[in-house]
Design a protein around this ligand. Structure first.
Ligand code: CAA
Length: 400
């Protein structure tokens, strides 16, 4: 049980602000990394132990960041309605248009009121965290407003590369409100930016470019840098933090970063308490990297595990290559378990169709002859599908 440092406040009025609801979505197919290991001739344990990953979600032809985002956001809207939502922030690093926000497609698919501002944010895997900070400021200023923050991404690398096993796909939709049911943010944050070429995706490429080893060290340097800034901005002491929920490109990355964080904060002799990070891994081991969504899928994993963690303090450690990191904390709210989506989340993962390696390669290596005009086969089991492109315009529809 942790004591909040001070409630989030605006204009002298103390108001708890944070995450009221969190829903997840992913691709409707899944690949066991044993298939990738067999094809590339590497030991399966390199992935399950060396990277800490078991499976990766795969999108069907008619799924993308919009269909996943709309599926996650629909769950939130179905439960809470759209009243009070005047802002939608869509965070992604796999954007589908250079101009129009993917959030506007989601707004249309969910038939939301016109009196809403919608915007897309980009800074690699970090931008959903910026979205939450912006949302918290809006709600602190105007506590009756609710902000929908969506993160949705597809992690794609070159087939046959060392990074292939760290692919994945997923979305989260989070409702940020006053008096939240799940997590109340604390005011201190630590931020860190360093211009570095560890990972990027040029406009001409569908897959990310990455300097794998540099990306690992850049992640560690940035997250430790964010911790330092958090400390100088009045954050909690390391020993007052119960859980650490990191960005999860692969779960072993979190173990590496947390080991460095513990040594930095408590000294080289200090032992890493795995119970502070392991509960955040369950869903990511099965989904793979979901870039902007991954840290918040880690939060769903932590909250859904059996123990009651009400009152505990979680440090969120967000990293986006290129690079920007932010560390902030939140307190798990009393009664949060009544607001979880545990069965729904497990069903979302369990219901994915298992692919053979050949089926996965067919989707991953699909070549589209005319990118301005094509139709997608009906693969999705979700509520929305990406029908195809007509006259260079993306078309979506509800499946039911
Ligand atoms: N049994 C158990 N473990 C084994 C093993 C076996 N048989 N064989 C190898 N391993 C271990 C290795 O010892 C290594 O562990 P350590 O790092 O703890 O030593 C681990 O498996 C991975 O082995 P390699 O380092 O040889 O793997 P690789 O070089 O082929 O690929 C990678 C690793 C560089 C991370 C690559 O997957 C990659 O480039 N991924 C994409 C980049 C990425 O995710 N970076 C993370 C930080 S950047 C970020 O967070 C933003 C983002 O989302 C991308």
């Amino acid at each position: 049980m942790s004591t909040p440092i001070t409630p989030y406040s605006a204009s002298g009025v103390a108001t708890a602000v944070g995450i009221h609801d969190l829903a997840i979505a992913t691709g409707s197919a899944v690949l066991d990394l044993a298939h990738v290991a067999a094809r590339l001739g590497v030991p399966h344990a390199k992935y399950t132990v060396g990277l800490g990953q078991d499976h990766m979600s795969v999108l069907g032809e008619d799924e993308d960041i919009v269909t996943m985002a709309a599926a996650a956001a629909k769950k939130v809207i179905d439960r809470h309605g759209a009243g009070g939502i005047r802002t939608i922030v869509f965070a992604t690093e796999t954007g589908i248009d250079q101009s129009k926000s993917a959030g506007v497609f989601v707004h249309g698919l969910l038939d939301l009121p016109k009196q809403v501002r919608v915007v897309e944010l980009k800074q690699a895997c970090y931008s959903a965290t910026a979205g939450l900070q912006f949302a918290a400021s809006i709600v602190a200023r105007s506590p009756k407003e609710r902000v929908l923050v969506i993160a949705s991404d597809v992690a794609r690398y070159e087939i046959g590369s060392g990074a292939e096993a760290t692919q994945g796909a997923g979305a989260v939709a989070m409702l940020v409100t006053a008096d939240p049911a799940l997590i109340a943010f604390e005011p201190a944050t630590g931020v860190y930016t360093h211009d570095i070429d560890d990972f990027w995706r040029p406009n001409f490429s569908d897959v990310a470019y990455v300097d794998g080893k540099l990306s690992v060290s850049a992640y560690i340097d940035a997250t430790v840098g964010a911790w330092e800034d958090y400390v100088t901005h009045g954050g909690a002491k390391f020993g007052e933090i119960d859980y650490f929920c990191y960005h999860q490109p692969f779960t072993k990355m979190v173990t590496k970063a947390h080991t460095k964080m513990v040594a930095h904060a408590l000294g080289k002799e200090a032992e890493v308490d795995r119970t502070q990070i392991d509960p955040t891994f369950t869903y990511s081991r099965r989904i793979g990297n979901s870039y902007t969504a991954s840290m918040y899928i880690g939060l769903a994993s932590l909250l859904d595990q059996g123990d009651d963690v009400a009152g505990d303090r979680i440090a969120f450690v967000s990293y986006g290559s290129g690079s920007v990191a932010e560390l902030f904390t939140g307190i798990v709210q009393p009664g949060y378990r009544e607001h979880l989506r545990t069965a729904e989340n497990v069903a979302t993962l369990d219901s994915r169709r298992e692919l053979t390696d050949a089926e996965y390669l067919a989707v991953a290596q699909r070549k589209i002859a005319d990118v301005t005009d094509y139709k997608n086969a009906h693969h999705t089991a979700g509520p929305f599908r990406f029908v195809g492109v007509t006259g260079a315009i993306r078309k979506y529809e509800a499946t039911a």
